[in-house]
Every structure is written in C-alpha cells, then in structure tokens.
Ligand binder design. Structure first.
Ligand code: GN1
Ligand code: MG
Length: 359
C-alpha cells in the first residue's frame, strides 16, 4: 500500500488518499481502486503490462485520442454527465498520462462512480450492449488522428495459428503430446477460420476502428441498467467489426464461465445472441456492408475458436501470457473455449436465418 500510495501521489489527483485496494479481474494489467476522503472522486490506478503492451507511449496516446474524440462527440450531442460516459486519464506533473517508476509503467483514471459491470447479462442488458457497441463504433468512425496497433496482429487469426504452430514446434514444457487431439481439431478448421483475413486480402472486408476487447465485463452500466461506457481501451485499433461483435457473444452468450471445468455448463445462449444481434444491427446497420452482416455468424464462431488457440498456445508455452490461478488453468480455459466454439457451430444455420429475418 505504501509503495502504491507513493506511485499514486505522482498523479494530479484531488483529495487525500485513504486506501488502495485491488480491483477487477483482468487477465493482463493490475488494477487498484484508490479511495479518497470526503467528496473528492476515487481513482483507478493501473500497472500496465509492458511485456504485452510494449509501446506504452503509443498505447497512452491512443487512449488520449479516443477519449478526447468521444468526449467531443458526447458534448455535441448535449450529453450530461460526460465524466461517467467515457474514461478520463489523470496526468502526471510532466503532462504525460503515465508514470514510469524505473521498473513498471502506471496510469491513473477517474473511477466512474455508481457504475457496475457484470460477468453475465440477461437479454435486455444484451440489447443495451448491442446498441452501445454500434454507437461506439460509429463514434470512432471519424477520428481526426489514426490509432496505432498497440499489439500488432492482435486479432489476426492466421497470425494466432502461426503462434500456436511455433509453440507446438518448440514444445517448451512437454505439453504437446497430450494436446494432440485438440491441436488436430484446430488445424482441421484453420483455413475456414481464416476467412476474414482472406476476405480482407481480396479487398472485400474493411478494417474500422474497433474496441477489440468487448468482454461483457468491460461494459459499465448505471443503476438503472443503461450503458454508461465501454472501458479497457488498451486494444482500440483498426480491425474487422467481427472483433467487437464476436468477443461480446463469446463472453455474454456463454451459459458457463470462460474457464469452466464443468463442460456441461458451457454452451451458446441463442436468446442472448438474438437480443444482442438485433440491437447491434439497429445501431450499426447504416454503416455495415453486406459482407460484414453476412459473416456475423462466422464472427460468433471465430472468437471462441481464436481464444481457444490463444489459451492453448499459452499453455504449451508454459503460461507466460495470461495470469493463471492454478497450474492447469490455461488447459481448462482451452477446453471450455473449445466446447463453446462447438456449441456455436451447431447454431450457425439458425443464426444465419435469424439475421436474414431482421433484414
Ligand atoms: C485479456 O485484459 P482482459 O482480461 O480484459 C486479453 C483479451 C482476451 C481476454 C480473455 C490484451 O483481456 O484479448 O480475450 O483476456 N487482452 C489482451 O479473457 O490480450
Ligand atoms: Mg478487461
């Protein structure tokens, strides 16, 4: 706490810090809620994982660009309560929005009061989320400055498969033999699942500025269920809209947990799919192309598949990327995402029919 207090004191905050506590359950960065006394706002202090986000200056610049742009859009709409509808970075003395303590990079955000995030949502909240993502993507469509790729090839399926093949090749911790059936299954569908990259190469699929980490717990809701904002802007970058659509469904429409060890619980909830898709199309249809809409069922399948590949790669590499809570955690995650992917695949036709019925 003392060390954290010392770090927090570098930022231009109001009030007296009375407590600092771990916050949230992200798999990459470490977050702490900074409590202040009296009426002054609380803050969120984050240690940025700079092994993963290697260009911290670019990362922070992106978030500044995005939040400044959204702030202006909200003001133009006459939005009240802007501080709860987008993130606010707190600067350090030198004007930068991050602090390097000699070993780690830190940043500070305003803590958004009276907000809630969820690991699961009902169809009504899925609907609100669908509207919010369409709106978020639309707001980002005319940013004055480009945003950089904070993690190059982040949602490039062909690249993720290459990383898996490299991990299989080196077999760093001797886990490959036991995983052969899963690796073979992944390989069998590899060409199909790289369809987005293929369409892009053919000039048929655009990249747009997307959030790229639309896990359901990255949305803040207010007391009455309305969406306040989408948080965790580290991965905002140009990508296929499939990323935001698919990663939301991967988390919100899973009847089990991302790392469920009881695979009976894992499955794809079509009710959440329908509510989210209907709302997303309501708010994004005006700018989506026919190909983007036609491939939404593919996007729903792509993200559990990609996450399965990423968890498996980390498992084979000896758990160097994601935080784990027990030794076989990445194995459990791999199996749960595999089960989810298979469930999504069994609904592909029904998804396509539903989307056609909306058009
Ligand atoms: C990571 O940071 P967090 O926990 O919201 C990961 C996502 C994965 C997710 C899986 C930078 O997200 O891409 O989908 O874990 N973020 C990064 O839960 O790799
Ligand atoms: Mg997160």
């Amino acid at each position: 706490m003392n060390n954290l207090k010392e770090i927090a004191s570098r930022f231009d905050t109001a009030g007296v810090i009375v407590d600092i506590q771990p916050f949230g359950n992200g798999l990459i960065n470490d977050s702490y809620r900074v409590y202040t006394d009296g009426d002054t706002p609380d803050y969120l202090l984050q240690r940025i994982n700079h092994h993963i986000f290697q260009d911290v200056a670019m990362l922070q610049k992106n978030i500044e660009t995005v939040t400044t742009h959204i702030r202006r859009k909200l003001a133009e709409r006459g939005e009240q309560d802007i501080d709860r509808k987008t993130l606010t970075l707190i600067p350090v003395d030198d004007g930068k929005t991050y602090y390097f303590d000699g070993a780690n990079y830190w940043r500070m955000l305003l803590f958004i009061p009276r907000s809630k995030s969820y690991e699961k949502v009902d169809p009504l909240y899925a609907r609100y989320a669908g509207l919010a993502f369409g709106d978020f993507q639309r707001m980002l469509a005319d940013m004055p400055e480009p945003v950089g790729e904070t993690i190059p090839n982040f949602h490039n399926m062909a690249f993720r498969l290459q990383q898996l093949r490299d991990a299989v090749q080196s077999d760093a911790v001797g886990r490959v033999a036991a995983m052969r059936p899963v690796i073979n299954m992944i390989e069998y569908f590899a060409t199909d699942m790289c369809r987005a990259e293929q369409l892009h190469l053919e000039g048929k699929l655009p990249k747009r500025v997307c959030h790229c980490d639309t896990k359901v717990n990255n949305i803040l809701f207010d007391e009455s269920g309305d969406v306040l904002c989408v948080v965790d802007l580290d991965t905002v970058m140009p990508n296929y809209i499939f990323s935001d659509y698919g990663d939301f469904l991967r988390t919100a429409a899973n009847t089990g947990d991302e790392d469920d060890r009881n695979l009976q619980r894992v499955g794809f909830n079509m009710e959440i799919f329908r509510a989210f898709t209907e709302a997303y199309l309501e708010s994004a249809r005006s700018f989506l192309t026919g190909i983007e809409i036609a491939y939404l069922p593919y996007a729903a399948a792509l993200f559990p598949y990609m996450q399965c590949v990423r968890f498996l790669t980390d498992y084979l590499n000896g758990d160097t990327y994601y935080k784990i809570r027990y030794p076989e955690h990445n194995l459990a995650r791999t199996q749960a995402q595999l089960a989810l992917w298979q469930s999504v695949e069994s609904h592909r036709m029904a998804m396509t029919d539903y989307i056609e019925s909306l058009l």
